[in-house]
Write a protein that binds this ligand. Structure first.
Ligand SMILES: Nc1ncnc2c1ncn2[C@@H]1O[C@H](COP(=O)(O)OP(=O)(O)OP(=O)(O)O)[C@@H](O)[C@H]1O
Ligand SMILES: [Mg+2]
Length: 278
């Protein structure tokens, strides 16, 4: 369990990035952290990973206070994948990056995972290359693979779909679904509302360092006033369903649900909802 108790954080320059946040993330939960630029998402993830210590309040990981626990102990439990992938890399090859943490945590017996992970992220064949020579999207995928290598219990992903093409994004969705199904606790900071509505997780909405809302995706993402306040675009399913509310369509953040509703609406008006079976 990750527990934030009245957590505030002020950067040395004086910016108050996180303001009195109370949050409990239970094991096995998938949480999307959303909010406009500068809302405090990255700062909050860094506080959860022990990279930053709270100015006030307490962050506990499985009961361990991040202020009193060595960073290595926290890092074994909490894997943080930064917004800018390069900040994680410092070695000469992709393979070395993947093996570094395994060596650090005395887990080299699991080195065979490296090749499976690279394959899962579409990075096979890059083992000997410098991570800095990969494309932006490849770097992003490698940064997640590097952190997954040591199998942290909690995985914090900062903008995982940033800069991903269709294949990269599909691979990312698939991997995140698989991790969720395996029971991994995931916290994902993202602006990608379509990605969030596909996963349908718990959504924590932030604005100016504070938690503005915390609830199921289908409730938070259908509240357009709240999304505007938090400077988050609504998913297309919400835009379309809310425009059709007068026709009896229920507002929904699920694309699948929207399609089902439209089908039954079309059926009821003209019997043309379901295409003929061929
Ligand atoms: N290293 C830093 N030093 C000083 N202020 C910082 C630093 N990093 C972030 N901030 C400030 O803290 C606030 C929160 O920033 P943060 O990066 O956590 O937001 P964010 O929600 O992740 O934004 P984005 O969506 O742009 O990634 C902003 O006002 C930002 O300018
Ligand atoms: Mg950020």
């Amino acid at each position: 369990m990750i527990e934030l108790d009245r957590v505030s954080f002020t950067y040395p320059g004086g910016v108050r990035a996180v303001e009195r946040v109370d949050l409990v993330l239970r094991d096995g939960e998938v949480v999307a952290l959303m909010g406009g630029n500068g809302a405090g998402k990255t700062t909050l993830l860094k506080l959860m990973s022990g990279l930053l210590k709270p100015s006030e309040g307490t962050v506990r990981i499985d009961g361990l206070d991040t202020r009193r626990t060595p960073l290595n102990t926290i890092a074994r439990l909490v894997g943080y994948v930064p917004q800018i992938a390069e900040t994680l890399f410092f070695l000469e090859s992709v393979e070395e990056e993947m093996l570094y943490a395994l060596r650090n945590f005395g887990m080299l017996d699991r080195a065979d995972r490296v090749i499976d992970l690279l394959r899962a992220f579409g990075l096979e064949g890059t083992e000997k290359r410098s991570p800095f020579t990969l494309s932006g999207g490849q770097k992003k995928r490698l940064s997640i693979a590097v952190v997954l290598a040591w199998e942290p219990k909690y995985l914090l992903l900062d903008e995982p779909t940033l800069g991903q093409d269709r294949a990269g994004r599909d691979a990312m969705t698939e991997i995140i679904r698989r991790l969720r199904d395996e029971g991994k606790t995931l916290v994902i900071a993202t602006h990608d509302v379509e990605f969030v509505s596909e996963l349908s997780p718990r959504v924590v909405l932030m604005g100016r360092g504070k938690v503005l809302a915390d609830g199921r995706a289908e409730d938070v993402l259908t509240d357009e006033g709240l999304l505007r306040e938090a400077r988050v675009l609504p998913p297309q399913s919400v835009v379309i369903s809310s425009r059709l509310e007068a026709m009896g369509v229920k507002k929904t953040s699920s694309f699948e649900d929207l399609v089902l509703q439209l089908r039954s609406l079309l059926k009821s008006v003209g019997g043309c909802g379901e295409p003929e079976a061929r």
